[in-house]
Design a protein around this ligand. Structure first.
Ligand code: ADP
Length: 272
């Protein structure tokens, strides 16, 4: 079994977790498509945040990468393989933790491993390792209701990471947390990221969170209800090093630039 920190590789030995989003489109049948012509190239181990006004298609994009929804046109490739449905190469963390209340922390983390065919012993060991990875080694025998929201989400993340996905997909994973816990979890996520090296695609409405955690920020705009299909407005690299200071002038400057991009009006011609 692999342990936390192992670099994922493909069958050909190259680093795993390359995601290609190729001319992706999604229509739910209304007059305007939810998304059109979205193309992204994400490198193994890269952390990408997706931001944009409500309804621009962030969650839809993530669900198509996860394989929960089929695109109307275009495709998603993970390590060169087209996505046709959910798969163990992509782990998904949701906002509402989704833990089993009647299982302990260790059992919650081990559950997916057992489902994936691990022996009871392997699952137990790996669950303990992953509880430690997210700083919960003292809480392995606790039940979810005994934990704070931040701790429950750490279990949710550990449970997904225990399955060693090459890509971690997160849709507002910290959205249910209060501001202070959210900040602590952002630190936790940054640390986990450095240890695990998994490709991360994070949907967030927080520009600060995007700048804090991502190598690149994808700014989306439009959306069915705006009369312009959701699309990528700009992809902005975050060149602020590994340990980021949210109070640094360069951090603020990038936040302001992204705020402006997110709130810029849609082209009048396209919206007409
Ligand atoms: P975001 O995550 O950026 O807020 P979504 O991806 O949730 O945006 O939604 C993008 C657009 O697609 C919105 O206009 C939304 O109403 C529409 N949409 C999303 N899911 C569905 C669905 N299952 N059926 C119909 N329309 C949907």
């Amino acid at each position: 079994m692999t342990t936390p920190g192992d670099i994922m590789t493909t069958s050909t030995g190259t680093a795993a977790g390359a995601v290609v989003v190729d001319a992706l489109a999604k229509s739910y049948g209304g007059p305007t498509a939810a998304m059109q012509d979205v193309t992204l190239d994400i490198a193994p181990g890269e952390s990408v945040a997706i931001v944009g006004a409500s309804g621009c298609g962030k969650s839809t994009l993530l669900r198509m990468v996860a394989g929960f929804e089929r695109p109307t046109a275009g495709r998603v490739l993970v390590d060169g393989v087209p996505v046709t449905g959910p798969g163990p190469d992509r782990g998904v963390v949701f906002q509402d933790y989704g833990l089993f209340p009647w299982l302990t922390v260790r059992e919650n983390i081990a559950y997916g491993l057992r489902q994936a065919g691990a022996s009871r012993r392997e699952a137990k060991e790996s669950a303990a390792e992953h509880a430690e990875l997210v700083g919960l080694s003292r809480f392995t025998e606790a039940y979810p209701h005994q934990l704070s929201g931040g701790m429950q989400q750490r279990v949710g993340i550990a449970r997904v990471l225990a399955l060693h996905p090459s890509v971690l997909l997160m849709d507002e994973p910290l959205g249910a947390l209060d501001a202070l816990t959210r900040r602590q979890m952002q630190d936790e996520l940054a640390a986990i990221r450095r240890r695990v090296g998994t490709t991360i695609i994070l949907v967030t409405h927080s520009i600060e969170e995007a700048v804090y955690l991502a190598d690149r920020v994808v700014v989306m705009a439009g959306g069915a209800s705006h009369g312009v299909p959701g699309h990528v407005r700009e992809v902005v690299p975050v060149e602020l090093g590994e340990h980021r200071d949210t109070t640094a002038p360069a951090f603020h400057a990038l936040e302001r630039r992204l705020e402006t991009l997110v709130h810029a009006p849609l082209p009048a011609t396209a919206a007409a």
